[in-house]
Design a protein. Structure first.
Ligand code: 5AD
Ligand code: SF4
Length: 348
């Protein structure tokens, strides 16, 4: 069929047209296994069998934004808001590094309480622990991004969320896609390894928009891309919308691997939330990263971007032991290095 031809071209690493990307995203049950196998082959060829574990510390759930899809939106009064003190953040990072994490991801809502200097100090303290640092704190001033990069931050995650400008503006009131993209270019200029990504199954999203998401990730030539299903949160305006489909999410992930052979692609927590074996399936459809929650237990339940988030009860060591087992059962191994972008590997 057409899909077989397109996959053969993808595996020869020829450029796919938007129409071909759309055809892959529309693959039915008979064609899906071939798509997933092609993505798995591309993953093995370009990034190998290593799975990178990134310990994520969600250090504040305050957010000045009001995104329609997110449980942390400022108008959600039912959230018990918390902010971790800088020393709590660095303590949590130290524990995560002692458990073996080689990357610490610092994530929060858009919380101006942590100004440029405060976050810069936290970054440099964590860098002294001998770990790579990824920041994911949203839209900030260029000067702040620059300060944090100088403090040692290696990577920055800023999802474009949706490549459709109208949908973006509707879902993220007061912000625009072009502002978001401008920031992604700043981060690139500042020498960050840049991560972006989008949700799958947003209300109003079409296959064309998903193809545009993938083409945008390719255009940005991102070092990382987080792709996961939309999950409705009852205390938001989208609370009654259906969740994103896990099979469609796997297809988007697989096509992302075909288009971005050397990108780091997480099997997202959202994927693990809509299906009990979601992360495992993600690792077989192109993903090579898992980001376990390393937030102190007393705060974890309050970081409810969406409901039902996997891994809320168990302590991080237990989650890690189970992940190691799962990864080995797939014939893969846990990476021992920092997991910087493999794009740099042959550049001396
Ligand atoms: N469902 C799935 N993912 C969500 N995110 C935010 N809200 C939701 C939701 N309801 C994702 C966004 C954001 C990241 C922190 O979580 O992609 O960038
Ligand atoms: Fe804030 Fe991010 Fe949630 Fe939007 S998605 S409300 S910016 S935490």
């Amino acid at each position: 069929s057409g899909i077989v031809t397109i996959l053969a071209r993808a595996l020869r690493e020829e450029t796919l047209s938007p129409g071909e990307i759309g055809a892959l995203l529309a693959a039915g049950p008979r064609d899906r296994p071939a798509l997933f196998a092609a993505a798995d082959e591309m993953r093995r060829r370009h990034v190998g069998d290593d799975v990178h574990l990134r310990g994520i510390i969600e250090f504040s759930n305050y957010c000045r934004n009001n995104c329609l899809y997110c449980g942390l939106r400022r108008e959600n009064r039912r959230v018990k808001r918390y902010r971790m003190e800088p020393v709590e953040i660095t303590d949590a990072a130290r524990q995560a590094v002692n458990m073996g994490f080689k990357t610490i991801v610092l994530q929060s809502g858009e919380d101006p309480y942590y100004n440029g200097d405060v976050l810069a100090r936290i970054v440099s303290e964590i860098k002294e622990l001998d770990a790579a640092v990824t920041l994911s704190v949203g839209d900030r001033r260029r000067e702040e991004y620059e300060l944090w990069r100088r403090a040692g931050a290696d990577r920055y995650l800023l999802k474009h969320e949706t490549a459709d400008p109208e949908l973006f503006a509707r879902l993220r009131p007061g912000t625009t896609l072009s502002q978001r993209l401008k920031r992604l270019y700043w981060l690139r200029e500042l020498g960050y390894q840049v991560g972006s990504g989008n949700m799958v199954g947003l209300p109003g999203q079409t296959t064309e928009i998903l193809a545009a998401d993938l083409l945008l990730l390719k255009e940005l030539d991102v070092e990382m891309a987080g792709i996961g299903p939309f999950i409705p949160h009852p205390e938001t305006p989208l609370g009654k919308c259906p969740p994103g489909d896990w099979q469609l999410s796997l297809k988007v992930l697989a096509v992302a691997r075909l288009l971005l052979p050397k990108a780091h692609l997480p099997a997202t927590t959202a994927l693990g939330t809509v299906h009990p074996r979601g992360r495992e399936m993600g690792l077989k459809c192109g993903a090579n990263v898992v980001m376990p929650d390393a937030t102190p237990l007393q705060y974890r339940a309050h970081y409810q971007i969406y409901p039902g988030k996997a891994g809320l009860e168990a302590d991080t060591r237990r989650i890690l032991a189970e992940l190691h087992k799962m990864i080995h059962s797939l014939g893969r191994r846990v990476a021992a290095d920092y997991g910087h972008t493999p794009k740099w590997e042959n550049i001396i």
